[in-house]
Write a protein that binds this ligand. Structure first.
Ligand code: NAD
Length: 318
């Protein structure tokens, strides 16, 4: 069966690159991008786009019928740092959008659903090193609470209604094509831009704050892999732990200094420090590796080289 895909929240950091990748694989007209705002030029010119508010069931349903969609990727959400500023709105968006697509799948209108969770499902009482798949989860951010609740509902809809929903807990995602949208790991992208443009960066996290991260191409690879896996290999229907690399602001700065020796970093932690302190330092993703052959490719060195090389080109720097 031909894939006909709808991406909701396609104009964000991950959605933009996911749309481009899925269009490359499946053909541009098979992948419908949607959002409440227009995306960048590359995204808008690469294939069909529709305005959809993820909180509006009817507008999602209408587009699914219009294009005979069989797979949905729900990428719309309010992220951790912004969510702490607007807790009620974050809860409303993150939960209502998920219920809409789960119910559409339950009605049999689509065959498969991807919904990303996050390492934010973990909290201060979770073991911080090599955080297991199944462990104590007491998230303290509204974002983390919404993701944990979402995971429970995904599993419920799978068990109760047979909804084929697949999910991974992304760590912080690093990319050069698109900017991050208000998360606690945004520093690991901002730092590359400022290193090139200003030669210095003030980190909003302390120098020793270690967090799990991943280069965008690995995140896309995992997303596509879990969606392509045979249904019986998906043993976890809440959400899979996913990991690649872990590093601190001090370590990423040292990597940047190898290419830009005069680069300077300083530290001025803000409210995001408390969020980061509640999250794991490293994650055990052996279940994803075993069940659907997940493997990461990009380490910190490779990630840094790619980020600096591409941002140099983007900013027209020598
Ligand atoms: P982002 O903030 O960059 O993009 C979200 C997109 O959703 C934006 O384009 C926004 O306009 C759109 N949106 C907001 N409200 C909407 C609505 N009502 N209807 C339709 N679209 C709406 O987020 P992202 O970084 O691309 O994250 C995508 C998903 O991955 C989210 O579920 C996020 O929680 C998860 N995630 C991301 C990271 C990361 O590091 N980027 C880490 C863990 C989990």
């Amino acid at each position: 069966m031909n894939k006909s895909i709808l991406i909701i929240g396609a104009c964000g950091q991950i959605g933009t690159e996911l749309t481009l990748k899925l269009r490359e694989i499946n053909g541009a007209n098979q992948v419908i991008a949607s959002d409440i705002k227009e995306g960048n030029k590359e995204l808008m010119q690469s294939g069909p786009f529709e305005f959809i508010n993820a909180m509006d069931y009817n507008s999602i349903e209408k587009i699914i019928e219009k294009y005979a969609i069989n797979e949905v990727y729900l990428m719309a959400a309010m992220l951790s740092a912004t969510g702490e500023k607007y807790p009620a709105k974050a809860w409303e968006l993150n939960m209502n959008s998920l219920f809409n697509v789960l119910n559409i799948a339950k009605e049999g209108k689509i065959k498969k659903l991807f919904w990303p969770s996050s390492m934010a499902v973990f909290g201060p009482s979770t073991p911080k090193e090599n955080t297991p798949q199944e462990t104590i989860m007491e998230p303290t951010t509204v974002y983390g609470i919404s993701k944990q609740t979402g995971e429970r509902w995904c599993e419920y809809y799978f068990n109760k209604y047979g909804v084929d929903v697949r999910s991974i807990r992304y760590p912080g995602v690093i990319s050069w094509r698109t900017n991050p949208g208000g998360g606690t790991t945004d520093y690991a992208v901002e730092i590359y831009h400022e290193a090139l443009l200003k030669g210095e960066y003030t980190s909003f996290l302390k120098k020793e704050t270690k967090l799990p991260m991943m280069y965008m191409d690995d995140a896309l690879e995992a997303t596509i892999k879990i969606m392509d896996a045979a249904p019986e290999t998906i043993k976890i229907r809440s959400s899979y732990n996913l990991a690649a690399i872990s590093f601190t602001p001090e370590e990423i700065a040292a990597e940047i200094k190898k290419e830009i020796p005069e680069f300077k970093i300083s530290y001025n932690p803000d409210f995001r420090q408390t969020i980061a302190d509640s999250w794991p330092k490293s994650i055990d993703d052996s279940r994803a590796r075993k069940d659907w052959n997940w493997n990461h490719t990009f380490d910190l060195k490779k990630t840094s080289e790619i980020m600096l090389e591409n941002l140099r080109l983007k900013y027209n720097l020598p």
